[in-house]
Design a protein around this ligand. Structure first.
Ligand SMILES: Cc1cc2nc3c(=O)[nH]c(=O)nc-3n(C[C@H](O)[C@H](O)[C@H](O)COP(=O)(O)OP(=O)(O)OC[C@H]3O[C@@H](n4cnc5c(N)ncnc54)[C@H](O)[C@@H]3O)c2cc1C
Length: 419
């Protein structure tokens, strides 16, 4: 038998790994095992263009089975890995069969987090997979009242999409502002205003207590202050957890649940290696960050591609490739297109250094302990990119700091500040 790489998970990270293996010159077998019945597809449009009905399923397919076969990649779709024996280098699949590997890449992404109650009711949805999105789209096209539980990126995007389709929408979140944990109070306020401006009802600082239902179908939600919101559709968008259940009991190390430990993902070194002959990439992977001195797990589309490049190089034995230092993500809500480089946190100091939040065209620099942790902006993509080196080095050039004192809470005064 020739040498074989088995990649578990046929999403962005898994597909990118298969691609990168071929471009790095891997001549052995590549097998892509995916639990979903579909060809590899792109997830970000699920809450945006696909949910809105502007795009069909075909448009989000990243690679057809035939194109994969032409690259010598075998796709085993609708097949789930249930365990791994790292001594024998054997992957156990459902239906009882085993796959031998020379290298194994874990790319199993995340599972949507669910509440302990209510998911048996018709009309209560989560959104992680294409099937979730198609189910949600089918109902949201006729839904009149939609309640979104969770004001993170996913909840905000879903709220924006269904609101634009004409439904009455309410968002419920225990925090006092959308995205507060990631973007902080100032940008959280902006996001709240944008949604309120589009007629979304925000129930912030409120939790979900229970559902109202009739004959197995949701009819509303009860909040923890006793108030009731009618709903014919509820979307639970309360985050997602690494899909590592199948690795429990194996020698593949898992990270602790806290964000500073890697938030429950596969614990890897700085090049994505978890244990002899096993690597992890994408949302599921908590890579050691020498810059941050901790394991970091990121849920960003672009990180999945970057991980894949590094791991494919390691497997093929080429000159080691370093991970790009600056994570990137974007989010689309109505005409507010947010972009972020770095790792913004809600507790960072935020300085708007170009444009203004009021105009919804701005560049905000995030500082943590005096070091640049991130830049977040809307409508200024070029200016934002110019800040990437400052984010990579975590610092503002000294002379720039001297040139323009940053008022702790000030809006930009018009003078652009560049790294
Ligand atoms: C609705 C939505 C919108 C998003 N929007 C954005 C955005 O705007 N910008 C951005 O940067 N990022 C966004 N993201 C995040 C981005 O999609 C992810 O970072 C990216 O998909 C990660 O790719 P991945 O391959 O690691 O994981 P996934 O894409 O989740 O793929 C993992 C695959 O592994 C499969 N799998 C799991 N367990 C097993 C098993 N035991 N055996 C076999 N297969 C298994 C899963 O079924 C899945 O198909 C969004 C995500 C979602 C869900």
């Amino acid at each position: 038998m020739g040498r074989r790489v088995v990649v578990v998970g046929s999403g962005t990270a898994g597909l990118a790994t298969a691609d990168a293996l071929r471009s790095e010159g891997w001549e052995g077998d590549v097998v892509l095992v995916g639990a979903e019945p579909h060809e590899p597809y792109d997830r970000p449009p699920l809450s945006k263009q696909l949910l809105a009905g502007r795009w069909t399923t075909d448009r989000i397919v990243l690679r057809t089975r035939a194109a994969l076969a032409a690259d010598g990649v075998e796709l085993l779709s609708g097949r789930r890995a249930i365990g791994v024996d790292t001594t024998d280098r054997t992957l156990h699949l459902d239906e009882g069969d085993d796959l031998r590997y020379d290298a194994l890449v874990v790319a199993t992404g995340l599972d949507a987090r669910r509440l302990p109650f209510g998911h048996d009711l018709a009309g209560v949805h989560v959104l992680r997979t294409l099937d979730d999105a198609l189910g949600l789209r089918a109902e949201s096209s006729t839904a009149r009242r939609v309640v979104v539980i969770g004001a993170g990126f996913l909840g905000c995007e879903v709220a924006a999409t269904v609101r634009q389709a004409g439904a009455q929408v309410a968002i419920v979140d225990p925090l006092d502002l959308p995205l507060r944990n990631v973007l902080g109070p100032r940008l959280g306020t902006l996001v709240a205003e944008v949604h309120a401006g589009h007629g979304v009802d925000l129930h912030l600082g409120r939790g979900l207590a229970s559902y109202l239902s009739d004959r197995g179908r949701v009819t509303g939600v009860v909040l923890d202050d006793g108030s009731e919101l009618p709903a014919d559709l509820v979307v639970v968008a309360i985050g997602a957890t690494p899909a590592v259940q199948w690795l429990r009991g194996s020698a593949v190390p898992l990270a602790g649940p806290l964000p500073q430990d890697g938030a429950g993902g596969v614990r890897c070194d700085a090049a994505g290696r978890a244990v002899e002959a096993v690597w992890a990439v994408g949302d599921v992977a908590a890579w050691w960050s020498p810059q941050e001195g901790r394991h970091v797990r990121l849920e960003h589309r672009l990180t999945a591609n970057q991980h894949a490049q590094v791991v494919a190089r390691a497997i093929t034995g080429g000159q080691p490739r370093a991970l790009a230092l600056v994570p990137y993500f974007w989010s689309e809500q109505y005409d507010l297109h947010l972009q972020s480089y770095g790792t913004p946190a809600g507790t960072d100091e935020v300085h708007v250094v170009e444009g203004s939040l009021a105009r919804r065209r701005f560049l905000a620099v995030y500082l943590r302990g005096g070091r640049v942790s991130a830049v977040v902006g809307a409508g200024l993509p070029k200016a934002l990119r110019a800040w990437v080196p400052a984010v990579a080095e975590h610092r503002l050039a000294e002379h720039r700091l001297a040139e323009q004192a940053l008022a702790p809470d000030g809006e930009a005064d018009g003078a652009p500040l560049r790294a």
